[in-house]
Design a protein around this ligand. Structure first.
Ligand code: ADP
Ligand code: MG
Length: 452
């Protein structure tokens, strides 16, 4: 026991080595590598974990494994105890005790998510302008040309992230700012409650005392006339006082329905910036970042596979990473191609390869075989052309299950027996001929339906 006490770190390291034999590598990487053994007390290892989430996850998933390893290596009486890292606790304590009365009052509203910052917002041409405008507003809130700032675009594209990043960054520069951050639904609820309790004056004062007012998803003001009325007055007071207003919406204000036109015209007098779906490279960058943030090591082909299939929504990309992590941790298996395919399929809600068409297949076969597309669907019997055609037919059947007749019709009006012959020939070659195997594999990969 004394030996352990004198060298807790070494003792804990041997526990980790033992755990490595029992648990998948990503679990060790995500949950155990960040643990720091800080002491030994009452026959227990005192282990520091980075946050509450890790603490709960480790306790609920790995308690037995840790206990067994410790007992197996040392003494049956030994235990362990997890603590959330001290610095964080101390920092939290300090920041809350430093807050003045005013700040405590603000706290009710200021539920900024400290994970939504500019530093971890990945920029591509789909959101570059929006991010620049947001940064500028956060560095210099209230400048007339950028007031109000409206961030608009589809679901899961980073509007809320940017809005919170404005709040976080402004607060970093000036901790005294009164930042009110709220969703339009909370605003409505707050207003309705104030009506109920005859406290509309307090309600108005609360909002009108903000230096920066952030309201998320203003499309939900739709049809709520009295709330819009209140919001209009709040807006005017803040605007005239040179206070910054930032709003997010699902559409360009000019296209929003159910909001009063006087509000919409005010919105358009400021700056409207949009966020668009990310392109392939940005999706890859986002996946790499999110995997890293979650302590997950994925190889590039997996990242690329996910990025090819999950296209329209950053939240979905993030969700895929979390789901992979959760599934592999719960089932206690390494992340393999099968698991990734399964998770991606769940996410896209059906089979992978839905968007592939005969034209796509012919295009890829043409690129890889260097036979022009027009020849593949033409009549020529030249050997390399006929082979590219047969490969295309084979893939149409294999990937999309296209009927023999339809395949025949597309490839120069051939009958179904010709197609059957092609499928048989290529099927055999794929299992016996290395060149053919490689060619089919790379076409599948290019079409985004395989990893290898
Ligand atoms: P929206 O409000 O547009 O529906 P969110 O801001 O809630 O979308 O974004 C959904 C998730 O995707 C969040 O977890 C956010 O951090 C993340 N996200 C969105 N865009 C990016 C980006 N460009 N870089 C990093 N993370 C992003
Ligand atoms: Mg949002």
């Amino acid at each position: 026991m004394d030996k352990i006490k004198n060298n807790v770190a070494a003792a804990w390291k041997s526990v980790c080595l033992d755990l490595k034999k029992k648990l998948p590598g990503h679990a060790i990487h995500a949950w155990f590598d960040p643990i720091v053994a800080v002491g030994f007390h009452n026959k227990s290892f005192i282990l520091e974990v980075p946050n509450q989430f890790s603490l709960e996850w480790i306790e609920s998933h790995y308690k037995d494994e840790i206990t067994l390893s410790i007992k197996g290596l040392f003494d049956k009486q030994l235990r362990y105890q997890l603590l959330v890292a001290k610095e964080k606790k101390a920092a939290l304590k300090e920041s809350s005790s430093n807050r003045s009365y005013l700040k405590t009052k603000i706290k009710r509203f200021n539920n900024l998510n400290d994970k939504y910052i500019f530093d971890n917002f990945i920029v591509g041409n789909n959101n570059e302008f929006a991010k620049t405008a947001c940064e500028s507003v956060s560095n210099n809130p209230g400048q007339q040309n950028f007031n109000p700032l409206i961030i608009y675009g589809g679901v899961g594209l980073g509007k809320t992230h940017l809005m919170h990043a404005i709040g976080n960054n402004s607060l970093k520069q000036n901790p005294n700012l009164n930042i009110v951050n709220i969703t339009s639904e909370q605003f409505t609820l707050d207003f309705v409650n104030s009506l109920r309790k005859n406290k509309t004056i307090e309600f108005a004062q609360n909002y009108r005392s903000s230096d920066i007012l952030l309201i998320d998803d203003i499309q939900f003001f739709r049809g709520k006339e009295q709330t819009q009325e209140q919001f209009f007055h709040t807006f005017n007071v803040l605007y005239q006082g040179g206070k910054q207003i930032v709003l997010t919406a699902d559409k360009f204000p000019g296209e929003m329905k159910g909001l009063q036109s006087r509000l919409l015209s005010r919105f358009q007098s400021g700056l409207c910036v949009d966020v668009q779906p990310p392109n392939f490279e940005v999706r890859v960058a986002i996946l790499l970042e999110k995997a890293d943030q979650n302590g997950l090591m994925l190889d590039y082909s997996t990242i690329e596979f996910i990025a090819r299939h999950i296209k329209n929504n950053v939240r979905e990309l993030e969700g895929t990473i979390i789901r992979l992590l959760a599934k592999s941790s719960l089932l206690n298996i390494e992340i393999n191609n099968e698991l990734v395919t399964e998770v991606v399929k769940e996410r896209v809600g059906g089979s992978i390869g839905n968007e592939i068409s005969i034209e796509n297949i012919v295009k890829k076969v043409s690129e890889i075989s260097s036979v022009p597309e027009s020849d593949i669907v033409g009549k020529s019997r030249k050997m390399e052309i006929a082979e590219a055609r047969q490969v295309s037919m084979f893939l149409c059947r294999d990937i999309m299950g296209t009927s023999l007749n339809n395949i025949g019709m597309f490839f120069g009006g051939r009958d179904h027996t010709t197609v059957m012959h092609a499928l048989k020939t290529i099927g055999e070659k794929e299992s016996t001929n290395d060149r053919m195997k490689r060619m089919i594999m790379s076409i599948r990969k290019e079409l985004g339906i395989s990893f290898l």
